[in-house]
Design a protein around this ligand. Structure first.
Ligand code: ZN
Length: 479
């Protein structure tokens, strides 16, 4: 709109000048080298304007002719660069897709077409990695360290290589360097923390955790949980060195940071008792039981009351049971203590609600102990043991990362080395039929499994030998 108005104004001005010149033609007389020109002012102005336009046009033509070779070279370079970046992109795509051959082909093209050593280095390193040529990849990543724009990326590549080679010392060194170079980078801090815990550098790992908190890379509950786990390990390390006081202090901190963390409570119960503070040991046990009954806590309580008679110990367990009287773990704990004190009726009444359609292996084993202890009934005991072998396995410390089971808790999985992945869970049930020889199915067509037999109200079959303990691949929770 504004443009149109401007054009209109310009036309109006030109028309006004032309009209004014027509009204006031004036006269111009030029005498130059025997020539005489007589004309009006308007014609003279028009001639001057034409000469100016022609001069400008000529200048532009001459300029573009002079610049032509350079412009052509620039266009050629631009097209080359474009093809180079395209090759680079296709190379990266091939790396991501795991196509080593295509990645190498595009990398060679990019190298020829593109004068961008940092990007070429990255693609070369990744292609070498893909081809399994780790030595070449290491060479490229190391070359990347020489350029400020790729140094950090090079460190990342070298760190990944060191971790793949299980060279933890070297990986830790690179991660520390990277952390000094760019503090607060999420992947660096995570890698550093992981390497530190795997090397059992618990205190260093706590510093890294603190750095994560400062850079807001970790949520508060997760931070507290990790701190608690680290302090349990620090406490255990101090206890192993004989620094009981420091160990106790760290265990207290761990338990305060995460009161639901069973190993923290268990360690604190033991350390408090060792320090002569029986009351605190009992208070911690009571608190932990209220939060969630766990056999490890029951075991710790049994340990700190080892000098009592079985009956006195049973009374102590009754006190502990008050905070969660109907919890299955409470019933199992009381049943065990009652068996030890030979209170058979009490033991039976505690187990009775747990012996429904699908009793746990532990409840079945305790019933077997009762049958043997009370009446010396070996047949009934064997029947319960058979049921135990068919029942769902007892919960164990299971690694959520690799699935392996551990009898005792620790910050690191013994199998895969992951940090804080052990959780108290029931391992996957192994169906007994899959492990039985198929011939058994044909021999007893009416009742094919012990579970079927139990469901039909018949006593489980008792062969001449003890049944296979197929369901007991997991270690029992007690003991
Ligand atoms: Zn694991």
């Amino acid at each position: 709109m504004l443009r149109a108005v401007l054009i209109l104004v310009q036309i109006a001005i030109v028309v006004a000048i032309a009209v004014w010149l027509a009204d006031n033609p004036g006269a111009v007389h030029i005498e130059w080298q025997d020539r005489i020109i007589d004309t009006s002012v308007g014609v003279l102005l028009a001639a001057v304007a034409l000469i100016v336009v022609l001069a400008v046009g000529l200048y532009q033509v001459l300029r573009s002719v002079r610049r032509a070779p350079r412009a052509w070279a620039e266009r050629r370079r631009g097209r080359r660069r474009e093809r180079g970046y395209r090759a680079l992109t296709l190379g990266m795509v091939a790396v991501a897709a795991g196509d080593a051959e295509e990645a190498r082909r595009q990398q060679r093209r990019a190298e020829v077409l593109l004068d961008e050593p940092p990007l070429n280095l990255l693609l070369s390193a990744q292609t070498s990695q893909l081809e399994g040529d780790h030595e070449a990849a290491r060479k490229y990543f190391t070359a990347m360290l020489d350029r400020p724009e790729t140094a950090f990326l090079g460190q990342r590549g070298l760190l990944m290589q060191a971790r793949r080679d299980n060279d933890h010392a070297r990986a830790l060194q690179i991660a520390e360097q990277a952390n000094r170079q760019r503090p607060g980078t999420p992947w660096v801090l995570e890698a550093l923390f992981d390497l530190q815990v795997r090397n059992a550098n618990w205190s260093d790992a706590e510093l890294t955790l603190e750095s994560m908190r400062r850079h807001r890379l970790i949520e508060k509950p997760e931070m507290k949980r990790r701190q608690a786990v680290l302090r349990i390990e620090r406490s255990r390390a101090e206890a192993a060195r004989g620094n009981r006081e420091k160990a106790l202090q760290l265990a207290q901190e761990a338990q305060k940071l995460d009161p639901a963390l069973v190993p923290a409570a268990v360690d604190l119960i033991h350390l408090s008792r060792e320090a002569g503070n029986q009351r605190r040991a009992e208070r911690v046990a009571d608190l932990s039981w209220r939060r969630g009954p766990h056999p490890a806590v029951a075991r710790a309580v049994a340990d700190i009351h080892a000098d009592l008679t079985p009956l006195e110990r049973y009374r102590r367990f009754q006190k502990l049971a008050k905070s969660a009287p109907d919890h299955p773990e409470t019933r199992l704990m009381l049943a065990e203590a009652a068996i030890e004190a030979e209170l058979w009726g009490e033991a039976r009444s505690q187990l009775a609600p747990l012996l429904g359609t699908n009793p746990s292996a532990r409840a079945c084993r305790l019933m077997a102990e009762i049958e043997t202890g009370e009446h010396g009934d070996a047949a009934a005991a064997r029947s319960w043991l058979t049921r135990a072998s068919e029942a769902e396995p007892d919960p164990v410390w299971l690694c959520t990362e690799c699935g392996s089971a551990a009898a005792e808790w620790s910050a690191l999985c013994h199998s895969c080395g992951s940090f804080d992945t052990l959780r108290w869970r029931v391992p996957e049930h192994v169906p007994p039929l899959t492990l039985r020889p198929p011939v058994l199915l044909h021999e007893t067509p009416a009742i094919s499994t012990v579970e079927d037999a139990a469901a039909e109200g018949e006593p489980p079959p008792q062969g001449p030998s003890e049944p296979e303990s197929v369901g007991e691949d997991a270690p029992p929770a007690r003991g």
